[in-house]
Design a protein around this ligand. Sequence first.
Ligand code: NAD
Ligand code: MLT
Length: 528
Amino acid sequence: MTTLNILVCDGLDEGGLELFRAAPGVRVDVPDQLGAVEIKKILPEYDAMIVRSRTKVNGDMIENAPRLKVIGRAGTGVDNIEVEPASARGILVMNTPGANAMAAAEHTIAMMLSLARHIPQATQSMRQGLWEKKKFVGTELYHQTLGVIGLGKIGAIVADRALAMKMEVLAFDPHIVPEMAAVIGAEYVPLDQLLARSDFITLHTPLNEETRHVIGRESLAKTKKGVRIINCARGGLIDEPALREALVSGQVAGAALDVFEKEPPAENPLLGLENVIFTPHLGASSLQAQENVSRAIASQILDYLQRGLIRNAVNFPSISMKDYERVRPYLVLAERLGHLQGQLCSPVKKLEITYSGPDMQDIPIQPLTQTVIKGLLDPVMAEKVNLINAPLILKQRQIELTASTTSESKGYTGEIAVKVTGKKEVYSAAGTVIQGQVRLVRLNDYRLEAELEGINLIIQNLDKPGMIGFIGTTLGNFNVNIANMHLSRTPEHDSAVAIVRLDNEAPNDAIEVLRAHPGIVFVKQVKL
Ligand code: NAD
Ligand code: MLT
């Protein structure tokens, strides 16, 4: 058994390291804070790498890492990982959403209270021997309005805690249904209204092109005068020079920042302001959160590398353990059908996949579809095709894809039908799983129950006497042994198909002899 090598780049709580060490055939290395060049140099040895926020993973770093299958982020934000080059190389990127949500939410509440009551400034003043009671008169949170931008895992906990302190909570999140806010007890409002009505604004969105500088000059001009802003999400959400202007002018009374556009924030224009309080990206820094993210990423990586189970991937649809158990028997079928069709038809212009039967209802079809695509493209591509890069390669090759589920049953508990259209030809193949064995049950108009594995000759011939004998004799003449044979014919008995399973590959000369027979219409050797 080959060892699975795991590289931990930014340190990791013992909990996750213990899981790796206890797993058979796994080696985990935790070198001391390596730089990008050193990581790139040793990465070819590793099957998985784990980072927190320090290491920036880009296309260059993973360029020569042929073994690398997964990049794990022990935390939430994946903005330090370039996901696209990873996907293009078939590398899964996964994070641990929610594992540090409580820590980040509680930190946000702590920052809001500290900001409201000037606790860091008062501490500082006392350290200097002062007793400035008048200077540090604060504001209560009771009956104040908190605007939450981004009502995801952390935003929702913050909203809940703020409601418990009897604040009024407004929420803006264009990607949730307003009812979600109502369930928590927040009022769902448009962004402009949130800006205009809030006494405190807290940010809990990911950083992306849509959210970058969501707090900037324009939005700050729409806020209530004297608003206080808290950011424990990502630095780039706030335009820092614009915030500085607003803090100096008094439009913003104060800010509490855990995250910065550049970290550590050496030259940050906000550092010198009295009315801003800071923590050095401590949102997730609780003992519990560090253990949670560590254990979560380790078990996710082991599940993926050892069992193929994908959870919390940002470049692949995640699947629950329950659904995985339902999908698993069909993964092999999906790959073999794709593989068969990729060998029968090339180039493929259109790929149509239909899932039918009771087993196929309400299961996530995306992993199966991506497996069919992998099976279809892998034999014809020089680059390695896997579940992660398969859709991207399909798109690059301009192959049209449709995938659907139908409640119509074709007589099997679960059936996958894969139809491919080439320049002129169309092939459709359907299969099922019977007692754990994958079976081909239809090939174009022929009904079958053939094993879908090994080396096979697919032969279409006229349905007349002597054809099977000719096939057997020809293969025998070339010393090719037949393992078994499945036959089917059209209802009209005009043509027939034979799926001939071989013990060894038939040479081209044998295939040419078969093709030259006037009764044989089509011969193709496929390896499944
Ligand atoms: P999440 O995915 O559960 O929630 C994010 C929410 O933002 C989602 O509901 C999404 O719909 C919403 N959103 C997306 N675009 C939006 C937009 N344009 N306007 C408003 N809402 C938008 O993520 P989460 O786990 O709650 O994490 C939130 C943020 O906190 C992330 O940026 C994460 O990286 C950061 N984080 C920071 C720390 C820390 O140490 N400071 C710790 C954990 C997470
Ligand atoms: C996260 O995204 O999980 C937090 O920012 C914490 C961290 O960077 O580890």
